[in-house]
Write a protein that binds this ligand. Structure first.
Ligand SMILES: *Cc1c(COP(=O)(O)O)cnc(C)c1O
Length: 845
């Protein structure tokens, strides 16, 4: 972004981010210098860029604390219904720029840094991503926090403060290497530890009967230390809280050793307990039934529910009646949303608290629990569904296992009453799976223990009703809902694409960041040559900027006039990065066959992390890198085709990629991607989509019309039919010579001359074990790509489609999603209320 030189020029520039006021700029500079001196204990001679980042972060943070305290005070006084979002993942990315934007002080801070001779972008680049998530599910939680604060909901995020977030991906000799993400190394200016609110969490032990009921005794205790993170709403002076728990050893941990005289060993062993919050499990859409992961899930849930119940009892409402009665109103004052089954132990834990600690009757406790909890399903992939071995629960959480068994006993009674003699249905619906090792199906626990169950896109919610949860839908149809995912337009347009933001503001004003549906007004300029030229200019600037980053970080030169064709998301077979790879190889073979033919130049970029234990996903990365190596070094290919594997895809890289993309690849097998949110980020930034009728792609196509998107391939019904009649990849291999050439090259070592057998396993999967039907969609995909190339040659047409994409993306604001959750699940009404700003800060205007 070019910086206007004079005040006059600054004033003329139309910007959603407002104009810096001189007095406020002075105040920012003063506070920045104060922090550099008193907080960082540095002067300008010895300060590093990181010191400047911390000084600015602290300055910005100071602007938030008054709002934060006052928002929480207001919640205490008004005592509205609280919404608790429980998630094992929050993929937050960076906070500095987002906080400045939401507080409305970005231009003041930029100007202050400029006057101090600093480039604010260099400071921002010093911030580590808070990578406490794997992919879409974790980023959704982060977008939801932003929307809940912006809508003025009394909402709290609860999760784990992992000491190590998602690993950093290094590509070495074309292979993924994982490095631990030590994101807290230099400290975190955005969190506030609250040691005074530490809570005990119990594990192991046994259950005894007492006159007062069941008691869980002889447990091992780990403490949960809360760290509060501010979540500022956009321009409304609300600041909500994300509370993340960190594991702390009790002082008397392993006292046995201490008594044995092994003091050193006793101190060393304190680490064992603190391992609970050490590291994020790096699996996306995969259940790895590890004991430590179960402990993480319960640790988060137990500490959080303790907090929720304490806050309810301390509220004016909760404390006004006697204990037994006042829990009747718990579901009117508390909503708990479970982000997938990961926090589903909240259901037996709330039952345990109400029965064993508050001494409520089972039926009363069950009514309260089901009316409080709601469950969001995020996947239908069987390998991702959590099914904990009974033996593991029995040892770690014996009382919860008892409660789950009793929930199941009563549930099975109800099922038997409705379907007498239908034992197969009872077996299918049981919370306890008895075939093979005995396991608890946590999705079943979540459905039975919730009043609402939702999928995350229309097609996904239908599949849940028809397929995965069919029996449960037939039994309790009223529970099932859809809540199509969304993304926050603050981070995914205003923050990451200032050029496009300003263009939009020139046309429709500056309300769109909180009323994204207003973008539809841009449709009338879709064919306007002037607007098209401006949109094209901004896209070109963004592409140049990404090209510079690629050259600086990877030493790769790309042709910025080529089409930027991008697929970024976790590497997974169902997402079909391999299908993209087959297209690349096909293009390569076509260029080699006829080098003089007309060709639309492309730079194809693929990025994403593979779970460290997912062998095939790592092989796919290796193949992409190997193909890139051949394509990029072939002089015949030249500028026509470049292939880049984007290393270490994460939120901060996504912010640079989305604004620069021409084409978004959303090519999962129909019926496998629950929603996708990457697809929405691309669309909002004017990229066109090539995609299957899967997840939210279906609704994107509905919003923009089929003329503005490249839809190809089998529908869910066609995939089902193919599965039924039997898929034989050789049918396609034998019929299509281009497929045959691609697979023979992969098979025969064309891309791995030093190890010809390297990719045999991939060819084997494609021909014999492919669960995602790549070859069945190949031809349709290649055809659609040909249409993409042809359309790109007609820039007026392409830009018209691009503008129509932007104009149609209003539905995919997470504000819309959160409004629906609020009204249809949580029973709260968004206020969009603006609180008064504290008087003494630059943002008080
Ligand atoms: C949005 C986002 C995702 C989700 O992408 P999908 O294409 O929906 O899988 C994953 N990772 C990051 C860093 C994201 O920002």
């Amino acid at each position: 972004m070019s910086r206007p030189q004079t005040d006059e020029e600054r004033r003329k520039q139309i910007s959603v981010r407002g104009i810096a006021e001189v007095g406020n700029v002075t105040l920012v500079k003063k506070n920045f210098n104060r922090h550099l001196h008193y907080t960082l204990v540095k002067d300008r001679n010895v300060s590093t860029m990181r010191d400047y980042y911390f000084a600015l972060a602290n300055t910005v943070r100071d602007n938030m604390v008054g709002r934060w305290i006052r928002t929480q005070q207001m919640y205490y006084e008004k005592d509205p219904k609280r919404v608790y979002y429980l998630s094992l993942e929050y993929y937050m990315g960076r906070s500095l720029q987002n906080t400045m934007i939401n507080l409305g002080i970005q231009s003041e801070c930029e100007e202050a840094m400029y006057q101090l001779g600093l480039d604010i972008e260099n400071l921002e680049d010093m911030e580590e991503d808070a990578g406490l998530g794997n992919g879409g599910l974790g980023r959704l939680a982060a977008c939801f926090l932003d929307s809940m604060a912006t809508l003025g909901l009394a909402a709290y995020g609860y999760g784990i403060r992992y000491e190590y977030g998602i690993f950093a991906q290094k590509i070495l000799n074309g292979e993924q290497q994982e490095e631990p993400d030590d994101w807290l190394r230099y400290g975190n200016p955005w969190e506030k530890a609250r040691p005074e609110f530490m809570k005990p969490v119990h594990f192991y032990g046994r259950v005894i009967d007492t006159p007062e009921g069941k008691k869980w005794v002889d447990t091992q205790v780990v403490y949960a230390m809360p760290y509060d993170n501010p979540i500022p709403g956009y321009g409304n002076n609300h600041v909500n809280t994300l509370r993340l728990w960190s594991a702390k050893s009790p002082v008397d941990f392993n006292l046995k050793f201490f008594n044995d005289g092994d003091y050193i060993q006793a101190v060393l062993d304190r680490n064992l307990a603190e391992n609970i919050s050490r590291v994020l499990y790096p699996n996306d859409n995969f259940f790895e039934g590890k004991e430590l992961r179960l402990k993480q899930e319960y640790f988060m849930v137990a500490a959080t529910l303790h907090d929720i119940v304490r806050r309810y009892k301390a509220s004016k409402f909760g404390s006004r009646e006697n204990v037994r009665q006042h829990f009747d109103h718990f579901p009117d004052k508390v909503a708990i949303q479970l982000n997938d089954t990961h926090p589903s132990l909240a259901i037996p834990e709330l039952m345990r608290i109400l029965i064993d600690e508050e001494h409520l009757e089972w039926d009363k406790a069950w009514d309260i629990t089901t009316r409080t909890c709601a469950y969001t399903n995020h996947t239908v992939l069987p390998e991702a569904l959590e099914r904990w071995p009974v033996s593991m629960l029995e040892s770690i959480l014996p009382r919860h296992l008892q409660i789950i068994y009793h929930i199941n006993f009563l549930f099975m009674e109800k099922v038997a009453k409705q379907y007498p003699g239908d034992f197969d249905r009872m077996r299918r619906m049981s919370l306890v799976e008895e075939d093979g090792e005995k396991r608890i199906n946590m999705a079943h626990v979540s459905i039975v223990g919730s009043h609402a169950v939702n999928g995350v896109a229309a097609i996904h919610s239908e599949i849940l009703k028809k397929d995965l949860f069919r029996d449960f839908y037939e039994f309790e149809p009223h529970k099932f809902q859809n809540k199509t995912n969304g993304i926050t337009p603050r981070r995914w347009l205003l923050l990451c694409n200032p050029g496009l933001s300003d263009l939009i503001a020139e046309k429709i004003g500056d309300e769109w960041p909180v009323h994204l549906e207003q973008l539809v007004a841009l449709k009338k300029w879709a064919k306007d040559p002037n607007f098209q030229r401006n949109v094209a200019r901004v896209k070109q600037e963004n592409k140049l900027k990404l090209a510079q980053i690629l050259e600086k970080d990877y030493g790769i030169k790309v042709n910025p006039a080529s089409m930027f064709d991008i697929q970024v998301k976790r590497i997974h077979e169902y997402k079909r990065q391999l299908l993209n790879c087959l297209h690349i190889i096909t293009l390569y073979n076509r260029i080699k066959k006829d080098p003089t033919a007309n060709f639309t130049p492309r730079t194809i970029m693929i990025g994403g992390k593979a779970a460290p234990g997912y062998y095939v996903a790592k092989q796919i990365i290796k193949l992409i890198c190997a193909v890139a190596n051949v394509v990029n070094n072939d002089p015949i290919v030249g500028d026509k085709l470049k292939v880049i594997f984007l290393e270490n895809y994460r939120v901060t890289l996504a912010e640079k990629i989305m604004p620069a993309a021409d084409l978004s690849e959303q090519i999962s097998t129909a019926g496998t991607e629950a929603s996708g949110t990457g697809n929405m980020k691309f669309m909002l930034n004017g990229a066109l989509t090539i995609g299957t009728l899967d997840g939210a792609n279906v609704e994107m196509a509905e919003e923009m019309g089929n003329d503005n998107i490249f839809i190809f391939g089998m529908t869910v019904e066609e995939v089902e039919a193919l599965k039924k009649r039997g898929y034989n990849a050789y049918d396609y291999y034998n019929k299509n010579p281009e497929i045959r050439q691609c697979i023979d090259q992969i098979q025969g070592g064309f891309f791995s001359p030093s190890n010809p057998n390297e990719f045999k396993n991939i060819a084997d999967i494609l021909l014999k074990y492919d669960h995602y039907y790549l070859l069945a969609d190949y031809e349709a995909y290649i055809k659609a790509q040909e249409l993409v190339s042809k359309t790109y040659q007609n820039q007026a047409k392409w830009l018209e489609m691009s503008i129509n994409n932007i104009a149609s993306s209003g539905k995919f604001s997470s504000d819309r999603t959160i409004c629906e959750y609020a009204r249809e699940i949580w029973g709260v009404e968004p206020t969009w209320e603006k609180l008064p700003a504290p008087e003494d800060t630059p943002a008080a205007k």
